[in-house]
Design a protein around this ligand. Structure first.
Ligand SMILES: Nc1ncnc2c1ncn2[C@@H]1O[C@H](COP(=O)(O)OP(=O)(O)OP(=O)(O)O)[C@@H](O)[C@H]1O
Ligand SMILES: [Mg+2]
Length: 261
């Protein structure tokens, strides 16, 4: 099952410069269908910049992105979304003055028209949003609540719910548990597990290594914009990953090592 045909998303030599700064440097990366791949690395290692190129929020300076083996150019997040790539950003990108339901339905509102005038089915959207949140085990009191009135954890839940709602093939999550308490984080981890079992492919960025080890099939480590280490989760441990993150204990055999078979 590990043949080329199972790679849904791939990068070759993907690079992003901001002026003189190389935020992401020549990264080769593969996401297998239905797998959870974690990206870890210290602050500023280039993780968010990397996934923003996969989600169309940033355009690469160099290299290539392939979706199902075809080279793609994402001019905007809309292009990536149209292929079924959804992203939960680190800064969440929710609209504060809109309700949870409106955020979930943003850009695909349920509408009807009378005499050529368009109406939005607010009540239906709220009910559907609440059912959807409940389905995926997320606890937000009312989908009619404005984002600005929610806790950090509830916001994070709403952002995850919005991504899942579109029935995507790939979900990219940048720190989805960062603002969550243990119980809420547990729900997101369970959700990641059930999404991957249903065939969705997931990229997870997290600083919380125990979570990464719990849900990821493989772990990629970034350091200073470069992919420095990749391994299946079973074949490594936290201290080894941390060494690669920080560059401590560098040995000739770990320098630039890519253990992907
Ligand atoms: N829009 C931008 N303009 C200029 N430099 C940027 C921009 N976005 C990111 N950078 C720089 O690129 C580098 C990588 O940043 P990035 O946000 O990708 O790191 P990260 O691994 O996601 O870090 P963290 O764990 O703190 O979220 C950093 O040096 C950062 O300052
Ligand atoms: Mg980041």
């Amino acid at each position: 099952m590990d043949g080329e045909e199972d790679i849904i998303l791939q990068t070759k030599d993907l690079t992003k410069r901001f002026g003189g700064l190389i935020a992401v440097s020549e990264v080769d990366f593969e996401l297998q269908r239905g797998k959870v791949k974690a990206i870890v690395g210290d602050n500023g290692a280039g993780k968010s910049t990397f996934i923003k190129m996969l989600s169309g929020a940033l355009q690469p300076t160099g290299g290539e992105i392939l979706f199902k083996g075809e080279s793609v150019n994402f001019d905007s997040p809309r292009d990536a979304k149209s292929l079924g790539i959804e992203t939960v950003y680190q800064d969440l990108a929710l609209i504060e003055r809109m309700s949870v339901a409106d955020n979930i339905f943003l850009g695909r509102e349920s509408v009807f028209s009378i005499a050529g005038i368009k109406f939005v089915r607010k009540a239906k959207m709220q009910k559907d949003a609440e059912a959807h949140l409940k389905d995926i085990g997320i606890n937000v009191e009312s989908a009619g609540e404005e984002i600005m009135n929610l806790s950090g954890g509830q916001r994070q839940s709403a952002a995850v719910a919005r991504a899942v709602f579109t029935d995507p093939e790939v979900i990219i999550m940048d720190e989805p548990t960062a603002a969550l308490g243990v119980k809420e984080a547990r729900k997101v981890l369970d959700l990641i597990g059930s999404l991957s079992r249903s065939g969705i492919s997931i990229i997870l960025i997290s600083h919380t290594l125990p979570y990464v080890f719990e849900v990821a099939d493989r772990i990629v480590t970034f350091r200073s914009g470069k992919k420095v280490y990749e391994t299946s989760t079973d074949e490594t441990d936290e201290s080894t990953v941390v060494e690669h993150m920080l560059g401590a204990g560098k040995t000739p055999s770990s320098l630039g090592l890519n253990q992907e078979e």
